[in-house]
Design a protein around this ligand. Sequence first.
Ligand code: NDP
Ligand code: X2W
Length: 350
Amino acid sequence: MNTTHIRAAIVGSTGYGGVELIRLLQSHPYVSVTSVISSSAAGAPIAEGFPHLTEIRTDLLDGVDVELIRGKADVVFLATPHGVSMKLAPEFLAAGLKVIDLSGDYRLKDGEAYRKWYKHEPAAKADVDSAVYGLAEVYGEQVSKTNFVSNPGCFTTTSLLGLYPAVKAGWIDPDSIIIDAKSGVSGAGRGLSLGNHYSEINENFKAYKVNNHQHTPEIEQVLSEAAGRPVVTTFTPHLVPMTRGIMATMYATMTEKRGTEQFMELYRQFYEGRRFVRIRPLGQLPATKEVTGTNYCDIGFSADERTGRITIISVTDNLVKGAAGQAIQNLNLTMGWDESLGLAFTPVYP
Ligand SMILES: NC(=O)C1=CN([C@@H]2O[C@H](COP(=O)(O)OP(=O)(O)OC[C@H]3O[C@@H](n4cnc5c(N)ncnc54)[C@H](OP(=O)(O)O)[C@@H]3O)[C@@H](O)[C@H]2O)C=CC1
Ligand SMILES: CC(=O)N[C@@H](CCC(=O)OP(=O)(O)O)C(=O)O
């Protein structure tokens, strides 16, 4: 494989994650999108369904054909639903392609947990074991050595980047963590559903999948690794009437009396040299709009002397750092490139 110019295929191209991958990869200096694959619209010009992609370098959507793709690409991004990725990934890996999967199929190392939370049979254990969990700022070293990345969930990325350093350092009691998270509607994908149409969402704010969301075991898996013992947590997702963005507001009991600035310093050191995590200055808390369209995760803190708890606020764009952006960041790491290649955007504002 030429290491300064590679060819990418995107499967699930008519979904939000797929379209975002196409958008972002247009600016990548070392990657050409050579195959844009769709199970539902093969043969159609991309710009027919997505006029904003009128000038992209690939014209027609291809069907899902491993042999065809093998001849046209070095890396394949699977922006497909769970249950579908596990059928495709082994074939692409066997064909010698690098695979970056955006679905939940390879995130949970415990097959029983996958069965319980996804209500679906898990992928083959050997494949699950071989996938590297791509939380780039935490597992970047492992990602740089693999050809098979399992990209984390959007809520998971936002929550874990805000919690991992404090749990790892033993500064918060992992059993006390509560994650209160809110997502824009694009997090639910492009498919139509009653709960996601305009009059259900507009001027509305609702909790869903309470104590029942599939990102709960994914968050617990990583926090358990950080804590060195099993951790369970309360995670409550909400849907807010905006298109993009996630905010996770997280509460935990501090193991010792510490101030906001000490937490800021801990996180600055942990994420030193990592471009996409921005620690906010004292007294400033991040808002979703401040990361829109970018791969940033912005984090702010407030330690409360009165209750002995720390409040950590973390924001991302669910389609970028929560999906397509982190997938490209992971590709960069697997190639030994600067992790920010093709992702150096300033947020859209207002
Ligand atoms: N939206 C988000 O914020 C995030 C999404 N994810 C995950 O990324 C993946 C893609 O999400 P998203 O783009 O939002 O979802 P969408 O529902 O918007 O798109 C998924 C696409 O997958 C393709 N697809 C569906 N069924 C099949 C099938 N049986 N065989 C092959 N392809 C199929 C379809 O594209 P086509 O018809 O062109 O084949 C569809 O448009 C999912 O696993 C999701 O959970 C992860 C993090 C965040
Ligand atoms: C708003 C909304 O519905 N969001 C999705 C999360 C999207 C995502 O990251 O899902 P996967 O773990 O399946 O990849 C949800 O809550 O299920």
